[in-house]
Design a protein around this ligand. Structure first.
Ligand code: FAD
Length: 503
């Protein structure tokens, strides 16, 4: 039921966060509230954030976004995981693929049998037991086929790569068609109610005053409302996630069109490679205490596959989270609520997650301290769990060639992460806590990919004969190999399904 004190929702910012929020609210609330969005062409958007994780499919479905249309509009490609190069040791290479691993055998997880057979020198690479990893390695892709019983072809779990500016533009078109009102211009002042400090309006450069009851701060790193106005505070995690700068540059495409993101560790950070239909997005994320900006640009430009299409664009950040993502009548979504490393492409997911949480705790009856607290508690839970997973990538390294990596290997890590690693080291046990984002399979791939192996496996594994386990695992690998042979090339699939028109 709509109540008088919540009529107008104002979204400040028109980047990925702003337009995702706009389309989600316009779709979910169906015209019950006035939704306005303010963005400044002069300030622009951060313009990176082009790799996603599979949950975005759910967002697109709920928001009524047609997959093929959206990929055409954004030069999008498919993503089956992230390939990590040089993370454990120089020369190491592994993929964190989406979805399942193997087929569950008997009483314990597939990975437990793998640990045993690996210790005996009789296991294949993990990639041979995962349809997404095996397909990524072969540059293959197709949509999952759910009509083939329990074939791995029904388990192709995927996400997207897309052009961030085109994504925002696509969402804007759909949102405006659903009634969102856009105002272009710079906000120069924010006004607050005297009696309780709630924001009551943003004031534009031309003097226009945009009033609202609920404000969503999607203004990016600056946190125009949540920080510059309400001073909600920021928890700095740079002692765990020390990279603080990035340089981004697009380059020309080269074949093959890979269905995965690549993250290559350099001496003082790492470089992303995100293949789109018309170009490759690249960026060097680095720690300014260990490398100068000029050197970082040199490293980036020396490691491109194609000719650069622009000059490298600098971005600065501090990893961490806003102490209160929701304060008074302001909810921060996107970079205004915090920033973790882009290494596992989690930021856009966190936007989606925050939007869902806002809908779960939607303040249609006014602002309840209990609801706000619950929202903030859940935000913290997700931030902290993802933070731990990302720290693992930095901490679990054996690089002896670079001071940056050695410092990461030596650093004190959060107790929650320490517990996870210790549990794994003894018997390979991994337990997903509540609704934390990354699954046991995700943790396993990164731990093993970065050379952390358990000392023992689950005792129930020994109930089966070695021969039985070997035959079963070979069977799984065989089926996956046949499925990958059947799949089309990623580029061919895109040509037939969602080829973007040439501009
Ligand atoms: P922005 O894009 O910065 O948008 C801010 C908006 O606020 C703009 O429209 C701006 O005009 C407006 N605004 C600000 N101030 C004013 C004002 N005074 N008046 C009017 N309007 C104003 N995420 C992923 O999921 N995957 C990735 O691969 C990934 N890679 C990343 C790499 C790097 C180096 C960085 C820094 C981030 C990455 N992210 C990634 C995060 C991702 O880019 C962001 O989560 C996403 O783009 C959302 O940004 P935003 O909308 O919060 O902010």
């Amino acid at each position: 039921m709509q109540v008088p004190h919540l009529n107008t929702i104002v979204i400040v910012g028109g980047g990925t966060a702003g337009w995702m929020t706009a389309i989600a609210l316009a779709t979910a609330l169906r015209g019950r509230y006035r939704i306005r969005l303010v963005e400044s062409d002069e300030i622009g958007i951060v313009g990176v954030g082009e790799a996603t994780i599979p949950m975005i499919q759910r967002f697109n479905t709920v928001a009524g976004i047609d997959e093929a249309e959206f990929l055409k509009a954004t030069n999008g490609t498919f993503k089956l995981g992230v390939e990590f190069v040089n993370w454990g040791r120089l020369g190491d290479r592994y993929t964190h693929g989406f979805g399942r691993l193997g087929q569950d055998l008997w009483m314990v997880g597939f990975e437990q049998y793998w640990h045993k057979m690996r210790a005996l020198g009789q296991a294949r690479d993990l990639a041979d037991y995962s349809i997404t990893r095996a397909a990524a390695r072969a540059n293959k892709f197709m949509l999952p086929r759910t009509d083939l019983g329990n074939s791995p072809l029904g388990e192709i779990t995927y996400a997207y790569h897309f052009d961030a500016s085109l994504y925002a533009r696509h969402l804007r078109k759909l949102s405006e068609a659903r009634g969102v009102e856009r105002t272009e211009g710079k906000i120069v002042r924010v006004t607050q109610r005297e009696h309780d400090g709630h924001v009551d309006a943003v004031v534009m450069e031309n003097g226009e005053r945009i009033e609202g009851d609920l404000f969503i701060d999607c203004s990016g790193f600056r946190g125009l409302l949540i920080e510059q106005t309400l001073e909600a505070g920021y928890e700095d995690w740079s002692h765990w996630l020390p990279c603080d700068r990035a340089l981004a540059v697009p380059c020309e495409s080269v074949p093959a069109l890979t269905p995965y993101t690549r993250a290559t560790a350099h001496k003082s950070g790492w470089q992303w490679r995100i293949p789109l239909q018309n170009r490759i997005g690249n960026g060097h994320v680095y720690c300014s205490r260990y490398i100068s900006d000029d050197e970082a640009a040199h490293v980036l430009l020396s490691n491109l596959d194609g000719k650069p299409l622009a000059d490298p664009r600098p971005i600065r950040f501090t990893t961490g989270m806003r102490k209160k993502a929701w304060d008074k009548n302001v909810v921060a979504i996107g970079l205004s609520s915090g920033f973790l490393e882009p290494i596992e492409s989690t930021s856009i997911h966190m936007i989606q997650d925050a939007i869902q949480r806002l809908l779960d705790y939607f303040p249609d009856q006014g602002f309840s301290a209990t609801d706000v607290e619950a929202f903030n508690r859940l935000s913290r839970f997700h931030y902290e769990r993802i933070r731990d997973f990302i720290i693992l990538h930095y901490h679990a390294n054996q690089r002896d060639d670079a001071a940056f990596w050695q410092a990461c290997a030596r650093m004190e890590i959060p107790a929650t992460l320490r517990d996870k690693i210790d549990l794994f080291r003894t018997h390979g046990r991994l337990r997903r806590v509540d609704s934390e984002l990354f699954t046991e399979v995700g943790w396993l791939q990164v731990l093993v990919g970065q050379n952390i192996h358990p000392q023992a496996y689950h005792p129930l594994v020994d109930v089966q004969s070695e021969e039985g386990i070997r035959d079963y695992m070979e069977g799984v690998a065989d089926v996956i190999r046949q499925c990958v042979d059947f799949m089309p090339d990623h580029a061919a699939f895109i040509d037939g399904y969602c080829k973007a028109p040439k501009m």
